[in-house]
Every structure is written in C-alpha cells, then in structure tokens.
Design a protein. Sequence first.
Lengths: 342, 342, 342, 342
Amino acid sequence: MLVVMQSQATEAQVRAVCEQIESLGFRAHPIPGEGRTAIGITGNSGTVDTGSLESMPGVVECIPVSKPYKLVSRDIKSDNTIVRIPTPCGEVTFGGKAIGIVAGTCAVETREQVFAIAERIRTAGGRLFRGGAFKPRTSPYSFQGLGEEGLKILAEVRERFGLGIVTEAVDDDSLDLVEKYADVIQLGARNMQNFSLLKRAGRARKPVLLKRGLAATLDEFLMAAEYVMSEGNYQVILCERGIRTFADHTRNTLDLSVIPAVQRLSHLPIIVDPSHGTGRRNKVLPLSRAAVAVGADGLLIEVHHDPSHALSDGPQSILPDEFDRLVREARDIAAIIGRTLN
Amino acid sequence: MLVVMQSQATEAQVRAVCEQIESLGFRAHPIPGEGRTAIGITGNSGTVDTGSLESMPGVVECIPVSKPYKLVSRDIKSDNTIVRIPTPCGEVTFGGKAIGIVAGTCAVETREQVFAIAERIRTAGGRLFRGGAFKPRTSPYSFQGLGEEGLKILAEVRERFGLGIVTEAVDDDSLDLVEKYADVIQLGARNMQNFSLLKRAGRARKPVLLKRGLAATLDEFLMAAEYVMSEGNYQVILCERGIRTFADHTRNTLDLSVIPAVQRLSHLPIIVDPSHGTGRRNKVLPLSRAAVAVGADGLLIEVHHDPSHALSDGPQSILPDEFDRLVREARDIAAIIGRTLN
Amino acid sequence: MLVVMQSQATEAQVRAVCEQIESLGFRAHPIPGEGRTAIGITGNSGTVDTGSLESMPGVVECIPVSKPYKLVSRDIKSDNTIVRIPTPCGEVTFGGKAIGIVAGTCAVETREQVFAIAERIRTAGGRLFRGGAFKPRTSPYSFQGLGEEGLKILAEVRERFGLGIVTEAVDDDSLDLVEKYADVIQLGARNMQNFSLLKRAGRARKPVLLKRGLAATLDEFLMAAEYVMSEGNYQVILCERGIRTFADHTRNTLDLSVIPAVQRLSHLPIIVDPSHGTGRRNKVLPLSRAAVAVGADGLLIEVHHDPSHALSDGPQSILPDEFDRLVREARDIAAIIGRTLN
Amino acid sequence: MLVVMQSQATEAQVRAVCEQIESLGFRAHPIPGEGRTAIGITGNSGTVDTGSLESMPGVVECIPVSKPYKLVSRDIKSDNTIVRIPTPCGEVTFGGKAIGIVAGTCAVETREQVFAIAERIRTAGGRLFRGGAFKPRTSPYSFQGLGEEGLKILAEVRERFGLGIVTEAVDDDSLDLVEKYADVIQLGARNMQNFSLLKRAGRARKPVLLKRGLAATLDEFLMAAEYVMSEGNYQVILCERGIRTFADHTRNTLDLSVIPAVQRLSHLPIIVDPSHGTGRRNKVLPLSRAAVAVGADGLLIEVHHDPSHALSDGPQSILPDEFDRLVREARDIAAIIGRTLN
C-alpha cells in the first residue's frame, strides 16, 4: 500500500499519517519526492483497509501494491502446472507443450443429438467432450438442462466413443453429481465469484475448468482460482470466454491479451472459449486461430450438427465440417510456435 | 425478433428466410422498406435461437424485440408492489410513498461493535439494520464472517433495539439460517446470476433484497428477479450498487439512471447502495442525496463508529454523525418530490 | 512511480533495477517489505516511460503515482474558481454558491424555433441559452448545423431576450466565429482530446465549457482542461455528460460520482448534462434533480417546444413545462445543501 | 425503426402511434404478435428521431433497424477495396491477399534514432515506416513531436531506405504538411470523431489510415470512414488499436473480433495495432500473431532500438530482433490461411 500526499501537505500531516499507519500495526516508509511525499506501508500480510488514511488531511489517495494471491502465483511455483485428464482414448494435458481441445454441444438434449456430435468430434481427433446437463440460463423459462439424466448420457458418450467428459456444475448438488460422472468439473462465468461453490470444487477430486466472469479483472480471476486451490485442489484450468464491454458486434468481447497476462503471473493453464466469447458462429473459426496464435493452452468449442434446432446457444455453434477445419488450422498454427495438438 | 436483410437481398433470399422461420414453427411478417426488407417474427413464446437465420444468404442481423420477463413487468401488474417489513419498532415499506433506509455495518464482527452502531442508527430514526454474517470476499484469506454466531448477534440487535434485520445469504445453507433469523434476505451482486440460489430464495417466506450484478444489463437484472418470483416469492426489492466500467475514481460506477428505467418497466421497488456503489466514504453522502432525488425507493448505507479498524469495507463506511446528516437531507429532498421517510 | 518486485526477486535484481533508475536520471528508493520489495522513484518532473523497467528480471509491474496535472489542481489553487459570464440580464456564475442553468435547443434550426424556445426559457428565469450552430454528427448525411447563419440567430436571441449564449465550436474556423458571437465556447465530448482545438480555446478570451469524453478517465478529463489552461485561459467549466458502458437502458451512463471526485481534486466548476447523459426525455428531470443533489455547479438542458419535429436529438429534449418544473425542483434541492440558483 | 408496444396496449394506442408515424411523413406497419404489437416504420431515408413516439401511451421502446452507412458498406460494393501504396521499394497493398506491415517509432525524435530503426525495419523486409511528427499527448507538458522538422526527417527515410511513410495528422495545418511529405495520412483514435478533420482527409489525395476510437462501436467506426469517403477519398484503411474497458492488465483491450465483423459489413481493409492495443512490450508479439490468424489485412508495430530512452511510448515498443521474429511468424501464419506478406 502506498499513500500519496498532496504537494502542499505539511510535515505535521505526513507525520500524522505515519503515526496512524503505525497505530494500525504496520510500518510507514515516507519517501519525500520533489513535488510531494509518498508513504509506503509494509508489514501487512493481507489487504490494508485504509478508509481512515484516505480521509486524513493532506492525503490524495491510497494505492494498493501487493497482490493478494499466493497459490496461483509464479511467486510460489515458477514452472507451469500441467493438468492431466485421463480419458479412454488417452491422456489429455493442459499447460504443457500440447494444446487441448474440448468440443461438444452447449446443452445435452437427447442421446441421438449428443451421439451424433460426439461421433464427429471423435472422428476429427477430439478426446474431450463438453455438454451441459445443468444450464445456467438468463430466463427461468428457458430449457434448464436434463440434470442427472443428461450426465448419464454423457457417461455413455465416454463409454461408447472413448471421450473424456467436461460438464458444468451450478451448485453443490449438481457438483456432487458432476464429480461422480464427469472427468472435468466446469464452473461457469456467472459463478466465478460464487465462493461457496468454488470452495466445494476445491474439495473435489477432479480437475476444475474455471471460466472468467464477464466483469472480472485479472486479479479477481486469479483469486477465484485461489479459492479452489486454497481447499486443496490444484488441478485448475482457467478459461477466457469474453468480457462485457460497450461493443455490440459480438455478444462479449474476447480478451485475448489476458492469455499472456495470466501466463506471466500464474503457473496455471489457460484456454479460450471463442463460442461464448463471440456468440456468433461466423467468428468462432477466426478467433480460434487467434487463440492458438496468442499462446492459449487449449480451446473450448461448441459444435452442433443441426444448430438451427438447438435448444440453447445454436447461433454460436459451428458445424462438424467447420470443426474439422478448425482442428487442422489450430494444429498448423501451433506448430509455428513450437506446440502440438493433444 | 426482427430479421434485417441486406439492401441487395434478392426476393428469393427473403422468401427463403421466411420459409426457414415458418419451418421453426413461427410466423414471418416481411416489411419491405425503401432500402431493404425487414422480417418480423411472431408466434414465439420464448426467445428464438436464430443462429441459422443469421447465417442465411442476404441476412444482416437479427434483433430481439420481445422482453423475456413476465412477473416483474408492469405488463402483468401496473401498480407498484409495496414490500412490507414488519419490525418491532413499526412496519417499513418499500415501493410506496415512503422511502426506506437500511443502515448498518458491512460485517458483523463483535457484539460490542454491532450494538454500538445499532444504537446510533436507532437514535437517528432507523428501523432496519444491515450486517453481514456471511461475507463473499474476493480473497479466501479475508475475514469470511461469523456465520450463525453473527446471525445470533443480529437477532439480539432486533430484540434490544427493535430494528428489523437485513443480512446476506451466499448459499443454500446460509439462506436457511438467514431465513430463520432475519427479516430480509439479501442476495449479493456476485450471486445475481446464481440461479440455484435465486430459486431457493424464491421458495423462502421472507422478502428478498436483490443486488444488481456488476455487469448486469437492465434485462438481466429483471430476469434475476423473475427467477425469484417464478418460485412464488413476490416480495422482491431491487438494489443498484454500481456497475463495472473503465472509470477509476470510484470502486464502481453508480448508475442512477437505472432507477427511473426500472420503475418504467417493473412494479418492483428499487433502492440504492451508495456505499458499495462508490467505495469511498466521502462520496456516500452526496450520492445518497442524488439517489433520493432521482426517485429511489430506499437507501442501503454502511455506518461504522470506528471505520479505520473495521475488518472489511472500512473505507466506504460513514460515521454516525454523517449518517444523522444523511437522514436529515434525505428527508428534506424526499419532501420536494412528494415523498416521506419511513 | 513505484516499481514492484517479485517476492523471490534476488538482491542483485533489486540492485539492477535501482541502477537502471539512476541511469535514467532519477533517484531510487527501495522499500523492503515482508513479502517483496517495492522501489519508489523520485526526481521525475514528468511521466517516467518505464517499459525498460517492466521488462527487467524480477519486476512485476510499475505503478504511476504522481498526477500529471498542475494548473487544474487544488495543489496549485485551493479555493474554487468562479467562472463569471456577463449577460444582458445579469451575471451568471459557475463555481460559487449559486448553481447555473444553461438551457436551449440541441441545434439551431430556424429563427422561429429558437425564439419560441428562448422565450420560454427566459420566462422560466433562465439566463443562458444553448443552441448548436455547428453540430458534430455521427453521420455525414445528418443535419450539420446552420454555421455562421445559426450564430447570427443566437446573437439575435441575446439581443432580444437578454440571454447569454453558449454554443459549440468544432474546429479552428468555427471557434473563431463562436468566440466572436457567443459568451461561452463549448467543446464537445468527441473533441475532448482534440488537442489542437483545446490549445486554440486556451488562447480565446471567452470562457470554455469542456465536456467529458465518452471514455475519459478523471485524469484525462482534467488533463484536457489543463491543455486549455496551459495556454492562458483559466475560465474553464467542466461538464459530465455520460460515459460509455455496457448498460443499454440509456444512451450513455451518467456518472454523477465524478462531481465530488472532480471537486476534491480540482478548483474548477463542474456541471451536468442529463439530456445527452441519458438520451431519454423521461430521465432528464429525475437526473437533473440528482445532479443538483450531488453538488453539481450547474445543469445543461435541452428544451424543445416541438421535439417530435426536431432535426436532431428530439428524443432527449424536454418540453417547456417540464423545464419550469425542473427549475423549481432544482431550486428547492439546492436550498437543502445551502446553495441557490443563479 | 421498430416501435414495440406494451402487451396491454389498446387498439386505440396502437392506432395513435401509427398516425403519429404517418404524420411525421413515414409509413407504419403494425405487426400484431401473440403477446404484443410491434410497428415497423419505413420510408425514412435517414435516422428517425422518435422521442415523441417513445413518450406516447402504450409504447415500450423504439429500436433502430437501418444502418446509416452507405459508401463503406458491402451493400454498395461487394468486393474488397484494395488500397495500394507505392513506395520506392515496391507497391504495398492492403485488402488483397497480401498482408501489409507498417513498422517504426512512435515519435520522431532525432535523425539518428529514426535512421537506426528504419535501417533495421528495411533489413527485416519492411516497406512502410511509421513515425510521429505530430503527437497527440494526454499532457500538454509531454513531448509534442518535432512538427515539419520531423516530416523532413521522414522524407529522408523514404529517400535513403526506400520506405513508404505513414504519419499522423492532428489538425488541418498538420494534415496539409502530412499530405505533402508522407504516403499515408494517419488519423488517431482520439480524432476518430473529429469530423472536420475527417472531411479534410476526405479531400486529400493520399490514402488514410483511420484508427478506431477508444469507445467507438462498430457502427461509429464505419461512419467515421463514411465521412472520409463522402468527401471523395475512397482509399481508407481501418485500424483496430484497442478499446477502453474495465480490464486493467493491458492499457486497452484489443478487440480482435472486430476484424471479421468489419470484413462482413464493409469492403475496406482493416489492420491491427497491437502496440497501442496492449501498451505492453511483452504482449506485442503474441497479439501480432493472433491478429494475422484472425484475418487482419495488416499490422502496425512500434519498434525501437533503445526503448528505455524513448520520449514516448517506450514501454510498448519492441526491439528490432523481436520484430524480425514477428515478421517471420506472421508470414508463417499468413500462409496457413492462404495469405502472404507484402
């Protein structure tokens, strides 16, 4: 924490601020500059709540310095975490040299629908299947998913096609079920700061795929992962899926710069979901290429063989043929930056 | 839903889009304009997922028209909902002529702290006390609240000072407890789209105070209330508490224009939280005045007798003397627009 | 500027950063904390461009500390600047105890239209008239204003009704004309960082009304005023008119918290434009009340006697009767916080 | 324009709205739905200013439908515009199969500096050099560029190294000079809605590189280009350079999804500036790769041989060696999507 004083602040005011800092149990380090004095605060293990400082005479503002995260940080662990997902058709890793692709349908609707898509994904070389059995929908009147019924269909997909299963949990009950049936527990953007659910996921024995909230800063995103890790589950895959901005040509604004930013600060893998990130079918392929080019550790893609009849998120699902092309181009771009496809 | 065609779209393209609409079970209404044709879609009870339309030759874009909410809407109920909170010191209402003020501390820390603040609030004429026993904190290492212990202290506050209690629930377990101990169940901004929790609150027998999410549009905010109401709980108070923008002079940007916007579309009461909305003590008083002046049905204010030693959100708590002034000025401004203070 | 080091940064890395700082001509002040070391930089009169520091081994980030503005700051002048506008019907001030109201039409269309509105504004007690002769329009095919012809009509308004004139300049040529015909030179949001125009306005002999850009931070807004003042014109009135956010229920999001924030840092007066700030007629009155309640030094309001036939911005113009009510309520709210109406 | 009525709107209210629409000179097309009626408006060549409609009894809202741009649109010209820049070392094109790279320094400081960088860029295969002689700086006290002196140095760069010159104009005077000395006239993000300057650029005989404003929607961006084209200059290159959002890990949020969105609506070429778009050296290379992968028609890159001593924007300039690598990787990625490097 750094306290910035006004340029005309008196010595007495600076002293008073230092005394207040010391009275709160910290140490004060005044740094006299040409124009004004700044006062560094040390000895604080957590965040200093310094409303009292900001209200003192002569103070301009308080600037936080320390980052609050620990376990997610490269300060603690400098080499990349590699999350390993065993699937019947082989191990998929996130965070190593190989890029992982998760593909599938937004919502599990029927066995026929899911099987049709899963078959195409397996043929294209995919090894991880996504499908929602519990759907967080903006409207209570929209299709909310098949629940455990849907999870059972996904379990059949694993058995029949050899694909590992990634699916979302939305509360404690569904997380119990997802942990039982699936290979990766997905936590959605709207639950990124559902701290109870994060803690429950932190006690799970399966890897967690954590999506960035629509208004989450980088720090908040990493702190959400910290919640999971603080309960003992270190297998966390982060996922950028678009943030909310004024721009209206896509449903969200995909923030690809967060990929190198996360990789600089954290050892956790981070993947990109261009389907939700753009909400438009015709932007999924170009932004998938861009995600691989920027250095993402994986992709999360919605595929549908008949998107015009999908019960949710049809407009952002690509067709199986487009997915084939996506895999091909992703592989070629990965090679340019010394990476491979899982 | 309205489908906008390109200006050079052929008749055949327009016809194909109309046929696709009909094949999805809706009716198509082509409106030929000077420059281009638009096609209205009717017969849809819910949202049309029209990715297929947007991908058809000649289509520029699809524009949603119908609003997805029902129970929250003035379409269903044109007169204001008045939420009534019985407290030992009299009934408090939200949504009528009288404005309601909820005041208290961010977190319940100790009996002494809470009693000291509650006494000052009661003296200032307050009748509803807020205090957090379950705290959703960005960091897992920050103080997370006293839990049921805190709720018991709040129950003592009701008994001793006659104040009604407003406190936050963060998951099903805490909601069970909050429903038992408190008078109003608060749902925080980070849980505004925690649909499981919304549904659980919809089955509660106590009024719900629902805060707007940091990135929630007006429609999403109303749909969150719709989730609560769709389960049978019609006692919902909305609360604006700041949205996330690029502006960095306050912690959030308080969006006061949402007050008249909500009041135009919905019959539910809406209040303002300038403490979280600004995150700065010195902005709470002016923005409380503004909230009353804009027509809000109430205020949610953090007060602390010793904010520099508060365990959470000290920087945005005002002192009891400032609260006295706030109540005075709120009452005077309310009178100008024909309203009173509860 | 403060350089934050990684927690595992070596002593040698800290020393190297300090040496680099000194080699750039500044002084380095290492502050060793429990977790990590931060290094303060002093001796910099302007901004330090420290890309080189951020790229050095062991560095997490660089945090700017000093504010770049001088003349706009309360550091330089602690008491409020009062901008005085002489008009035929008396002096209007901004920044003192009295609140100033500027009212009028978005665009000057015809003498009849302007006279009709001006008469109503004068009757309501107004003393400053706004009307655009040069209109910055998003589309080149929209009405661009009458130019000097419009300014002449405005000059007639001054003569006939005694109203002072506020009107926008969009480039050097129009600024020459506006300076000649009007009493206050308005610079629009889209030109807030048109630095050439700001400098030209800084050489003008008339007060400047400077609108906040749609994406301007508080610092950038104040720096734009600094540009005007740095050329010698100290008569600057700031104006909040809404910022661009994701919220779609108003055209822009009016950021009323910027009023107390500006007043804390700067001695310049700041007013509010709820007409552009919301873009909706039905929100102008409530947000005008809120602006006065929050402490704004004035209002800028669009009034039109026949808004459905206005050539620009009809949807946000209020009717003369609504303006009467606005003035009445503004006066009453002003009284509550110890202020008056000009 | 579409007017949406309340579900309980009476027939008389619908009729009244239709009559009002007709009285404004347009045609009304009521579309009765299950829940409510919507009314289409045709016959409007420009935008309908419909504040009067929105205030009528029974109206929920007015939704604009028609796009206001013409010349920039694929409606007018379906095949790509190819902007051709002749340079001493060969023609560079934007908008065709080949991708163009513009590289250079943010500000022209000295002949030595510019020559050193230009030489490296030429060696790396570059054919277009960027350098600022007129610098729009947030602070009036920051280095504002060398002016015509700087343009003369750039002209020497063309002569000596054979590079075409791209440089920014900030007002009419500088545009006159830039048109004389340079090959491409750059208009900066802060001037994207400086309509006077856009019109002046529209009368220039050199191609215009137009940067997206920090808060510009896609429509506003295209309308800015429409201003240039409406004056007769059809040689416009668009440039995405980051938008302003809440995200704070980069200076701006680079919105790569705008590339396919522009290409869908407009025939104009669009390039990406990852240097300003991120403001961080270590993100320029990954986001340059992403820009090529997403389908951009070119890149605008800041290179500096000694960025720690640059007078402006040092933190975002890459070193010449990094630029070599960038060109190499851009070429390889371009090949994957069937494109080449100019």
